[in-house]
Design a protein around this ligand. Structure first.
Ligand code: BGC
Length: 501
């Protein structure tokens, strides 16, 4: 069998047909409804206690931190009240050992330390005044609670939210695994470490990155109405949308403003269809899940998001490497290689290591449409240590990688369409005033044509169609975890005030 034929067989396993997409949407809507009724369902449908989206006139200086992927970000945000903002931030990679630390304290102490460093660097003045003030805490003119920075904590893992700044961790995702933190209030964990350092910071709001994205999009979106969905397609995937309170049947424990008749719901759609009733399941999806830290959960995320696509591809490619019937990443002699060399795969190539293939190379593969695929081949050489890969090798890589990327985008369309249909806005939306969706994350930002592939799938969905797809605007909402968290900290500060009045 030729390499091209074998490649086509593998790629075909990632086909996700129009029919599959439609079946997916129906099941998504069913699981979405189920999650609104009771706890413990596949889609968690977590009430966020955020009952409205901003309109761009909000003002003030806030802090935000973001834990949820590879990096920890600390920022301060000045909301100018005219849909614009000024953002200062610092970013540090989270040490791998802290992602699987023994105690929650180890991780949260690290986070508090980064907040201290940020304040010293970017808000020295405020920081020093604060240290002086703290000494006067007992006098009436001395230190007061309002001198604290209000901080929005973007914590992008499934959390049972108990109030605007209170929530217990349900489970870790995206490779984090610190069992000690499960069931604990993550705001309290952070506040304790902040207080140990004596920092002038109050954790005012707990925010999922999707909720932040939704808020940020609404603050800066050009439309008359706010965004209806904030979604992340990055290391992980998830979405938060505006739901009618009347549809939310499960009991709510915390306080919230009922006047808007709405609440933002964090779907935690990464766990859509954990039971695999409609999700595709290739041998490589099965192998990835089996070897993951959380088998059987986040099954949708494991087929859609950046953390996993590279690994699916690696496992599929490895089967080709091991297949004696085809020559993949090796060739007979230099005559069969246009670089006049022979292809060799180094024994230390990361293709042999779990998580060894970074999803970013898939973007390179999708972007390289030259006849020689030279950029991709260079990348295979430098990133994967496949020396002098032939055009055929690169073509096989590109085909399988493209099939996995395309399946991811079509699966993403399933979630987006289901939410759009759930909110029922298509009938009133127009091409000029479309349904607005804010998205963020490395996939949607950097994977070529990801959004186009989403739209292509949206057009075949019953109830959306060609016309409906034109009335859906999917726009990038950068810095959702910063600006969005600041906006929610602002809402929280308002709630504190109205309580004390
Ligand atoms: C988490 C979500 C988060 C998403 C995107 C998922 O793994 O469960 O809470 O929103 O990643 O960061």
């Amino acid at each position: 069998m030729s390499l091209a034929t074998e490649t086509a067989v593998i790629a075909a396993k990632f086909d996700y047909t129009d029919e599959d997409v439609n079946r997916g949407v129906k099941e998504f809507l069913r699981q979405l409804g189920e999650g609104l009724e009771k706890d413990g369902t596949s889609l968690s449908q977590i009430p966020t206690y955020v009952t409205g989206v901003p309109n761009g006139t909000e003002k003030g200086l806030y802090m935000a931190v973001d834990l949820g992927g590879t990096n920890f970000r600390v920022c301060s945000i000045l909301l100018n009240g005219d849909t614009t903002f000024n953002l200062t931030y610092s970013k540090v990679a989270i040490p791998k050992e802290l992602m699987v630390a023994k105690t929650a304290e180890e991780l949260f102490a690290f986070l508090a330390k980064q907040i201290e460093l940020f304040l010293q660097t970017h808000h020295e003045d405020h920081f020093e005044k604060h240290v002086k003030r703290r000494m006067t805490e007992s006098s009436p003119e001395g230190f007061k609670d309002e001198h604290h920075f209000r901080l929005g904590f973007t914590f992008s893992f499934p959390v049972q939210q108990l109030g605007i700044n209170k929530g217990t961790l349900i489970r870790w995702t995206k490779g984090f695994d610190i069992p000690d933190a499960i069931g604990k209030d993550v705001c309290a964990l952070l506040q304790t470490e902040i207080d140990k350092l004596g920092l002038p910071v109050k954790v005012a709001a707990l925010v999922n990155d999707t909720v932040g994205t939704l808020m940020a999009r609404s603050y800066s979106s050009p439309g008359k109405t706010g965004a209806v969905l904030g979604a992340i397609f990055g290391t992980g995937t998830n979405g938060a949308y505006v739901e009618k309170l009347a549809n939310l049947k499960k009991p709510l424990s915390g306080e919230y403003d009922k006047s808007t008749g709405e609440m933002v719901i964090n779907t935690e759609w990464g766990s859509f269809d954990n039971q695999l009733s409609v999700l595709p399941n290739t041998p490589w999806d099965i192998a990835l899940d089996r070897e993951s830290v959380n088998p059987g959960i986040q099954m949708y995320e494991k087929r859609v998001s950046g953390m996993f696509l590279g690994e699916i591809l690696r496992l599929a490619l490895l089967d080709l490497v091991k297949n004696d019937k085809v020559s993949f990443f090796r060739d007979e002699n230099s005559g069969s290689n246009d670089w006049k060399s022979t292809t060799t795969i180094a024994s230390e190539s990361s293709i042999y290591k779990q998580w060894g293939l970074d999803t970013s190379i898939m973007s390179v593969a999708a972007a390289d449409n030259t006849p020689e695929l030279s950029t991709l081949r260079q990348e295979l050489d430098s990133m994967l240590h496949v020396y002098s890969p032939a055009i055929d090798d690169a073509q096989a890589f590109k085909t399988i990688s493209g099939a996995i990327g395309r399946r991811s985008a079509r699966l993403s369309a399933v979630a987006i369409a289901a939410i759009v249909l759930q909110t029922g806005g298509l009938s009133t939306a127009t091409e000029d005033e479309p349904i607005d969706i804010g998205v963020d994350g490395s996939l949607v930002e950097h994977y070529p044509y990801f959004r186009d592939m989403i739209y292509e799938a949206l057009r075949v969905i019953d109830g959306v169609g060609e016309e409906g797809a034109k009335r859906i605007r999917i726009g990038i909402a950068k810095d959702g975890s910063g600006v969005g968290a600041a906006l929610i900290a602002l809402v929280a500060a308002g709630m504190e005030k109205s309580k004390s009045n």
